[in-house]
Design a binder for this molecule. Sequence first.
Ligand SMILES: [Zn+2]
Length: 118
Amino acid sequence: MSDAGEAQGASLVAKEPEAISFAEFLEEIAPTQQVKVSDLFTKSVRGTSAYYELQRPELQLHCSKDTCNGLRFFRSTTGDLYVKPNEPKLCYITYRCSNCQSIQKTFSLHIWLCSALT
Ligand SMILES: [Zn+2]
């Protein structure tokens, strides 16, 4: 009896796709894919309002410059960006190679901050 109950319970568990880090998303996910990201923003509270600032983690990307030609650290050159819960946001963030300081990569993002996470 209990065995059958357990088996039935297990079959009903829906498999949620696992959230990945924002750095993983930017480094590895091909354009047009929609994924869940775990550490997209940092929350800060000023007075009665909450602000959700988009993270810009350091990335390891391939740099095509002759002097680099391999995986290098890239840092964001984009200023502060804020997202709001349940409001779609389209934005661009630009990264520059920390080694040669000349190669730039720009990501076009469509962000949806689920209010359940705030
Ligand atoms: Zn470089």
